[in-house]
Design a binder for this molecule. Structure first.
Ligand code: SF4
Length: 348
Protein backbone atom coordinates (compact mmCIF):
# COMPACT_ATOMS: atom_id res chain seq x y z
CA UNK A 1 0.00 0.00 0.00
CA UNK A 2 1.42 3.37 -0.99
CA UNK A 3 -0.21 4.93 2.08
CA UNK A 4 2.18 2.99 4.30
CA UNK A 5 5.25 4.09 2.33
CA UNK A 6 4.07 7.72 2.43
CA UNK A 7 3.60 7.44 6.19
CA UNK A 8 7.09 5.95 6.68
CA UNK A 9 8.83 8.59 4.53
CA UNK A 10 6.87 11.45 6.07
CA UNK A 11 7.67 10.28 9.60
CA UNK A 12 11.38 9.95 8.79
CA UNK A 13 11.40 6.23 9.66
CA UNK A 14 11.81 4.63 6.26
CA UNK A 15 14.00 2.35 4.21
CA UNK A 16 15.17 2.89 0.64
CA UNK A 17 12.51 0.40 -0.49
CA UNK A 18 9.80 2.82 0.71
CA UNK A 19 11.37 5.63 -1.31
CA UNK A 20 11.69 3.41 -4.40
CA UNK A 21 8.05 2.36 -4.04
CA UNK A 22 6.96 6.00 -4.11
CA UNK A 23 9.18 6.67 -7.13
CA UNK A 24 7.30 3.94 -9.02
CA UNK A 25 3.78 5.09 -8.06
CA UNK A 26 1.16 4.92 -10.81
CA UNK A 27 -2.50 5.86 -11.18
CA UNK A 28 -4.31 6.41 -7.89
CA UNK A 29 -1.14 5.77 -5.92
CA UNK A 30 0.56 8.59 -7.83
CA UNK A 31 -2.37 10.91 -7.10
CA UNK A 32 -2.07 10.04 -3.41
CA UNK A 33 1.68 10.74 -3.47
CA UNK A 34 1.20 14.13 -5.15
CA UNK A 35 -1.60 15.08 -2.78
CA UNK A 36 0.56 14.22 0.26
CA UNK A 37 3.45 16.29 -1.15
CA UNK A 38 1.18 19.29 -1.77
CA UNK A 39 -0.16 19.07 1.75
CA UNK A 40 3.35 19.11 3.23
CA UNK A 41 4.36 22.04 0.99
CA UNK A 42 1.23 24.03 1.82
CA UNK A 43 1.69 23.47 5.54
CA UNK A 44 5.26 24.83 5.42
CA UNK A 45 5.04 27.52 2.76
CA UNK A 46 1.34 28.25 2.18
CA UNK A 47 0.64 29.47 -1.33
CA UNK A 48 3.82 31.59 -1.52
CA UNK A 49 6.27 30.66 -4.26
CA UNK A 50 9.82 32.00 -4.62
CA UNK A 51 11.04 33.06 -8.06
CA UNK A 52 14.59 32.92 -9.44
CA UNK A 53 15.97 34.78 -12.45
CA UNK A 54 18.59 32.91 -14.43
CA UNK A 55 21.73 34.57 -15.78
CA UNK A 56 23.81 32.08 -17.73
CA UNK A 57 26.59 34.60 -18.23
CA UNK A 58 29.30 32.31 -19.64
CA UNK A 59 28.71 29.20 -21.71
CA UNK A 60 32.42 28.31 -21.88
CA UNK A 61 33.48 25.17 -20.01
CA UNK A 62 36.67 23.18 -19.51
CA UNK A 63 34.72 19.95 -18.85
CA UNK A 64 33.24 17.40 -21.18
CA UNK A 65 30.16 15.93 -19.48
CA UNK A 66 28.57 13.72 -22.15
CA UNK A 67 25.00 14.84 -21.38
CA UNK A 68 25.71 18.57 -21.65
CA UNK A 69 25.21 20.78 -24.69
CA UNK A 70 27.93 23.14 -23.44
CA UNK A 71 30.59 20.43 -23.01
CA UNK A 72 34.03 21.50 -24.18
CA UNK A 73 34.10 19.36 -27.31
CA UNK A 74 30.68 20.36 -28.67
CA UNK A 75 31.80 22.56 -31.56
CA UNK A 76 28.22 23.35 -32.62
CA UNK A 77 27.70 25.70 -29.64
CA UNK A 78 27.85 29.44 -30.27
CA UNK A 79 29.48 30.40 -27.00
CA UNK A 80 29.40 33.72 -25.23
CA UNK A 81 30.81 35.39 -22.12
CA UNK A 82 28.77 38.43 -21.08
CA UNK A 83 30.45 41.72 -20.18
CA UNK A 84 30.17 42.57 -16.45
CA UNK A 85 28.14 45.70 -17.33
CA UNK A 86 25.56 43.54 -19.11
CA UNK A 87 25.29 41.15 -16.15
CA UNK A 88 24.85 44.05 -13.70
CA UNK A 89 22.17 45.59 -15.94
CA UNK A 90 20.41 42.23 -16.20
CA UNK A 91 20.49 41.85 -12.40
CA UNK A 92 18.86 45.27 -12.06
CA UNK A 93 16.12 44.44 -14.52
CA UNK A 94 15.49 41.08 -12.84
CA UNK A 95 15.15 42.83 -9.49
CA UNK A 96 12.72 45.31 -11.05
CA UNK A 97 10.68 42.43 -12.44
CA UNK A 98 10.06 41.17 -8.90
CA UNK A 99 12.14 37.97 -8.71
CA UNK A 100 13.69 37.00 -5.36
CA UNK A 101 17.11 35.89 -6.54
CA UNK A 102 19.53 36.02 -9.45
CA UNK A 103 21.21 32.72 -10.28
CA UNK A 104 24.67 33.62 -11.68
CA UNK A 105 25.59 30.53 -13.67
CA UNK A 106 28.61 29.71 -15.80
CA UNK A 107 30.28 26.59 -17.15
CA UNK A 108 33.69 25.93 -15.63
CA UNK A 109 35.01 28.80 -17.73
CA UNK A 110 38.85 28.89 -17.53
CA UNK A 111 38.89 32.67 -18.06
CA UNK A 112 36.59 33.28 -15.09
CA UNK A 113 38.53 30.77 -12.97
CA UNK A 114 42.06 32.06 -13.51
CA UNK A 115 43.61 34.59 -11.16
CA UNK A 116 42.03 32.79 -8.18
CA UNK A 117 38.53 33.32 -9.60
CA UNK A 118 39.24 37.07 -9.45
CA UNK A 119 36.91 37.99 -12.33
CA UNK A 120 34.11 35.86 -10.96
CA UNK A 121 34.37 37.28 -7.44
CA UNK A 122 34.49 40.80 -8.84
CA UNK A 123 31.35 40.13 -10.90
CA UNK A 124 29.49 38.78 -7.85
CA UNK A 125 30.43 41.83 -5.78
CA UNK A 126 29.37 44.20 -8.57
CA UNK A 127 25.97 42.51 -8.70
CA UNK A 128 25.75 42.60 -4.89
CA UNK A 129 26.41 46.36 -4.96
CA UNK A 130 23.76 46.89 -7.66
CA UNK A 131 20.81 44.88 -6.32
CA UNK A 132 19.18 43.83 -3.06
CA UNK A 133 17.83 40.44 -4.13
CA UNK A 134 19.47 37.12 -3.25
CA UNK A 135 22.49 35.94 -5.22
CA UNK A 136 23.17 32.34 -6.12
CA UNK A 137 26.62 31.47 -7.45
CA UNK A 138 26.68 28.50 -9.83
CA UNK A 139 30.29 28.33 -11.04
CA UNK A 140 30.73 24.51 -11.08
CA UNK A 141 33.17 23.09 -8.56
CA UNK A 142 35.40 25.56 -6.73
CA UNK A 143 38.27 25.12 -4.26
CA UNK A 144 37.34 25.00 -0.59
CA UNK A 145 39.26 28.20 0.09
CA UNK A 146 37.04 30.13 -2.32
CA UNK A 147 33.89 29.69 -0.23
CA UNK A 148 34.61 32.47 2.28
CA UNK A 149 35.62 35.02 -0.42
CA UNK A 150 32.47 34.09 -2.33
CA UNK A 151 30.33 34.78 0.71
CA UNK A 152 32.21 38.02 1.36
CA UNK A 153 31.69 39.08 -2.27
CA UNK A 154 27.94 38.86 -1.67
CA UNK A 155 26.81 35.37 -2.69
CA UNK A 156 24.02 33.88 -0.58
CA UNK A 157 24.11 30.47 -2.23
CA UNK A 158 26.48 28.02 -3.84
CA UNK A 159 24.80 25.65 -6.31
CA UNK A 160 26.58 22.51 -7.47
CA UNK A 161 24.71 19.53 -8.87
CA UNK A 162 25.96 16.00 -8.29
CA UNK A 163 23.40 14.65 -10.82
CA UNK A 164 23.75 11.17 -9.27
CA UNK A 165 25.04 9.72 -6.00
CA UNK A 166 25.92 6.44 -7.73
CA UNK A 167 29.71 6.58 -8.12
CA UNK A 168 29.76 4.34 -11.20
CA UNK A 169 27.08 6.35 -12.98
CA UNK A 170 28.78 9.57 -11.86
CA UNK A 171 31.92 8.40 -13.67
CA UNK A 172 29.87 7.92 -16.85
CA UNK A 173 28.13 11.32 -16.76
CA UNK A 174 30.84 13.45 -15.16
CA UNK A 175 33.91 11.83 -16.74
CA UNK A 176 37.07 12.22 -14.72
CA UNK A 177 35.62 14.80 -12.31
CA UNK A 178 36.01 13.98 -8.63
CA UNK A 179 32.87 12.62 -6.95
CA UNK A 180 33.92 13.60 -3.43
CA UNK A 181 35.03 17.13 -4.30
CA UNK A 182 31.70 17.75 -6.01
CA UNK A 183 29.71 16.31 -3.10
CA UNK A 184 31.74 18.24 -0.53
CA UNK A 185 31.00 21.61 -2.15
CA UNK A 186 27.80 21.71 -0.12
CA UNK A 187 29.52 21.10 3.22
CA UNK A 188 32.25 23.62 2.43
CA UNK A 189 29.62 26.18 1.44
CA UNK A 190 27.79 25.73 4.74
CA UNK A 191 31.00 26.14 6.71
CA UNK A 192 31.48 29.53 5.02
CA UNK A 193 27.93 30.70 5.75
CA UNK A 194 26.58 30.03 2.26
CA UNK A 195 23.37 28.15 1.62
CA UNK A 196 23.77 25.18 -0.72
CA UNK A 197 21.82 23.67 -3.59
CA UNK A 198 22.27 20.16 -4.94
CA UNK A 199 20.49 18.32 -7.72
CA UNK A 200 20.01 15.04 -9.52
CA UNK A 201 19.20 14.31 -13.13
CA UNK A 202 16.42 11.85 -13.83
CA UNK A 203 16.67 9.35 -16.69
CA UNK A 204 20.44 9.12 -17.21
CA UNK A 205 20.53 5.35 -16.87
CA UNK A 206 19.76 4.95 -13.16
CA UNK A 207 17.35 2.33 -11.84
CA UNK A 208 14.41 3.35 -9.65
CA UNK A 209 16.33 2.00 -6.65
CA UNK A 210 19.41 3.99 -7.68
CA UNK A 211 17.32 7.14 -7.99
CA UNK A 212 15.93 6.48 -4.50
CA UNK A 213 19.46 6.17 -3.10
CA UNK A 214 20.52 9.40 -4.83
CA UNK A 215 17.59 11.33 -3.40
CA UNK A 216 18.22 10.02 0.11
CA UNK A 217 21.96 10.77 -0.13
CA UNK A 218 21.30 14.24 -1.52
CA UNK A 219 19.00 14.98 1.42
CA UNK A 220 21.70 13.80 3.82
CA UNK A 221 24.12 16.47 2.56
CA UNK A 222 21.87 18.96 4.35
CA UNK A 223 21.54 21.07 1.21
CA UNK A 224 18.97 23.84 1.53
CA UNK A 225 17.54 23.48 -1.95
CA UNK A 226 17.30 20.24 -3.90
CA UNK A 227 16.25 19.82 -7.48
CA UNK A 228 15.42 16.96 -9.84
CA UNK A 229 15.41 17.52 -13.58
CA UNK A 230 14.64 15.10 -16.38
CA UNK A 231 17.47 14.45 -18.82
CA UNK A 232 17.03 16.20 -22.18
CA UNK A 233 19.21 14.76 -25.00
CA UNK A 234 21.40 17.47 -26.54
CA UNK A 235 22.61 17.79 -30.12
CA UNK A 236 26.32 17.34 -30.62
CA UNK A 237 26.78 15.22 -27.49
CA UNK A 238 27.51 11.50 -26.94
CA UNK A 239 24.16 11.06 -25.15
CA UNK A 240 22.10 12.59 -27.96
CA UNK A 241 20.71 9.20 -29.00
CA UNK A 242 19.72 8.21 -25.44
CA UNK A 243 16.07 8.21 -24.42
CA UNK A 244 15.01 11.43 -22.68
CA UNK A 245 14.12 11.35 -19.00
CA UNK A 246 10.38 11.04 -18.42
CA UNK A 247 8.49 14.00 -17.02
CA UNK A 248 6.51 11.71 -14.72
CA UNK A 249 9.74 10.47 -13.13
CA UNK A 250 10.80 14.05 -12.43
CA UNK A 251 7.37 14.77 -10.94
CA UNK A 252 7.58 11.72 -8.66
CA UNK A 253 11.10 12.74 -7.60
CA UNK A 254 9.89 16.24 -6.68
CA UNK A 255 7.06 14.79 -4.59
CA UNK A 256 9.36 12.33 -2.82
CA UNK A 257 11.91 15.07 -2.05
CA UNK A 258 9.11 17.16 -0.55
CA UNK A 259 8.04 14.31 1.75
CA UNK A 260 11.60 13.45 2.74
CA UNK A 261 12.76 17.04 3.25
CA UNK A 262 9.70 19.19 4.02
CA UNK A 263 11.68 22.28 5.04
CA UNK A 264 13.86 22.54 1.90
CA UNK A 265 13.27 24.62 -1.19
CA UNK A 266 12.37 22.49 -4.20
CA UNK A 267 12.34 24.04 -7.67
CA UNK A 268 9.92 23.71 -10.53
CA UNK A 269 12.39 24.40 -13.31
CA UNK A 270 11.25 25.96 -16.58
CA UNK A 271 14.34 24.48 -18.21
CA UNK A 272 12.87 21.11 -19.19
CA UNK A 273 9.34 21.71 -20.49
CA UNK A 274 9.11 25.50 -20.44
CA UNK A 275 6.08 27.24 -18.98
CA UNK A 276 3.81 24.31 -19.92
CA UNK A 277 5.64 22.18 -17.36
CA UNK A 278 5.07 24.55 -14.45
CA UNK A 279 1.63 23.39 -13.18
CA UNK A 280 2.53 19.71 -12.82
CA UNK A 281 5.76 20.51 -10.95
CA UNK A 282 3.95 22.80 -8.50
CA UNK A 283 1.30 20.11 -8.24
CA UNK A 284 4.03 17.77 -6.96
CA UNK A 285 5.08 20.04 -4.08
CA UNK A 286 7.65 22.40 -5.61
CA UNK A 287 7.80 25.89 -4.07
CA UNK A 288 10.33 27.76 -6.23
CA UNK A 289 10.22 28.65 -9.94
CA UNK A 290 13.71 28.59 -11.46
CA UNK A 291 15.16 29.39 -14.89
CA UNK A 292 13.17 32.57 -15.41
CA UNK A 293 14.95 34.13 -18.40
CA UNK A 294 14.07 37.56 -19.82
CA UNK A 295 13.46 37.59 -23.56
CA UNK A 296 15.62 40.63 -24.24
CA UNK A 297 18.95 39.61 -22.62
CA UNK A 298 20.18 37.30 -25.38
CA UNK A 299 20.79 34.62 -22.76
CA UNK A 300 20.54 30.86 -23.03
CA UNK A 301 18.95 28.22 -20.84
CA UNK A 302 20.81 25.00 -20.00
CA UNK A 303 18.82 21.86 -20.85
CA UNK A 304 16.55 23.86 -23.16
CA UNK A 305 18.72 26.66 -24.41
CA UNK A 306 15.96 28.36 -26.42
CA UNK A 307 12.58 27.00 -25.32
CA UNK A 308 10.10 29.75 -24.34
CA UNK A 309 12.76 32.47 -24.11
CA UNK A 310 12.28 34.63 -27.23
CA UNK A 311 8.47 34.43 -26.93
CA UNK A 312 8.61 35.80 -23.37
CA UNK A 313 7.00 32.76 -21.75
CA UNK A 314 9.93 32.44 -19.34
CA UNK A 315 9.87 36.14 -18.43
CA UNK A 316 9.14 37.11 -14.82
CA UNK A 317 5.99 38.94 -15.86
CA UNK A 318 4.52 35.89 -17.58
CA UNK A 319 5.56 33.48 -14.84
CA UNK A 320 3.97 35.68 -12.14
CA UNK A 321 0.74 35.81 -14.08
CA UNK A 322 0.68 32.02 -14.53
CA UNK A 323 1.35 31.59 -10.79
CA UNK A 324 -1.65 33.80 -10.05
CA UNK A 325 -3.84 31.76 -12.39
CA UNK A 326 -2.78 28.61 -10.53
CA UNK A 327 -3.70 30.07 -7.13
CA UNK A 328 -0.17 30.84 -5.96
CA UNK A 329 1.32 34.15 -4.91
CA UNK A 330 4.89 35.11 -5.77
CA UNK A 331 6.75 35.84 -2.53
CA UNK A 332 8.54 39.19 -2.34
CA UNK A 333 12.26 39.70 -1.89
CA UNK A 334 11.86 40.58 1.81
CA UNK A 335 10.11 37.28 2.55
CA UNK A 336 12.79 35.44 0.66
CA UNK A 337 15.59 37.16 2.55
CA UNK A 338 13.90 36.29 5.84
CA UNK A 339 13.74 32.65 4.76
CA UNK A 340 17.45 32.70 3.90
CA UNK A 341 18.35 34.37 7.21
CA UNK A 342 16.36 31.86 9.24
CA UNK A 343 17.88 28.96 7.35
CA UNK A 344 21.39 30.30 7.91
CA UNK A 345 20.60 30.84 11.58
CA UNK A 346 19.47 27.21 11.87
CA UNK A 347 22.74 26.04 10.32
CA UNK A 348 24.89 27.69 13.00
S1 SF4 B 1 27.44 20.09 -17.07
FE1 SF4 B 1 28.56 21.91 -16.36
S2 SF4 B 1 30.64 21.11 -15.98
FE2 SF4 B 1 29.64 19.62 -17.32
S3 SF4 B 1 30.21 20.25 -19.42
FE3 SF4 B 1 28.21 21.20 -18.89
S4 SF4 B 1 28.70 23.25 -18.17
FE4 SF4 B 1 30.58 22.00 -18.08
Amino acid sequence: MITDAIGCVTSGVYCEGDVAELLAAEGRDLEELLSAAREVRDRRFGNRVFTYGFAYFSTHCRNDCPFCYYRRSNTSVQRYRKDPEDVVALAGSLEDSGVDLIDMTMGEDPVMRDDGFGRFLSLVSRVRDAVGIGIMASPGTVPRELMVPLREAGADWLACYQETYDRTLFGRVRGSQDFDIRRDQKTWAHAAGLLAEDGIMVGIGESTEGRARSIVDMGLTGCDQMRAMAFVPQTGTPMFACDPGREVDEIRAIAVMRLLCPDRLIPASLDVDGIAGLPCRLNAGANVVTSIVPSEGDLAGVAQHELDIANGNRSAEHVMSVLGDLGFEPANAGEYRRWMDSRREALR
